[in-house]
Design a protein around this ligand. Sequence first.
Ligand code: FES
Length: 167
Amino acid sequence: METQSPTMAPPRDASRQPSPGALLTALEEAQSADEYNHLSEETLRKVARVSGEPLSRVYSVATFYSFFNLKPQGKHTIIVCRGTACHTRGSLNLLREAAARLGMPEFREDEEPSFTTDDRLFTVRTVACFGQCALAPVVSIDGTIHSRMTQGKLCELLDAIRKGARR
Ligand code: FES
């Protein structure tokens, strides 16, 4: 009679395992279908159920890639570069100005990677480098890179977005 060690996991049928790409695609689709562009716990459980992947694997993929959001996101995304070139040209003041302007003066980048305003209009986050160091300091607003940003220019842009949202 053939026996199997109780500590030995049964062999996995590789042909039945979803590819890593399939899991990424499922997560991307789930996130983009979400009103607040994020993956809730309920959504992660659903992806695990549908894909047949363990929830722990789905969770580890969702937390590994920075483009997946586990918290609800604002309608507009502001990314302040905090790389060395941008830092030396004042990006910390830009981040502080944005936080204060958007009602989150207590935000500390060393405590949280991002914040979203209560009205879910803005999410502000940082990045290590946009690769545009010659144009420092750099801020991205909804995917558009703004070079040589100043506090005044940033405030104008944030106010314009807020005004547009009220119309
Ligand atoms: S350090 Fe900001 S773009 Fe490189």
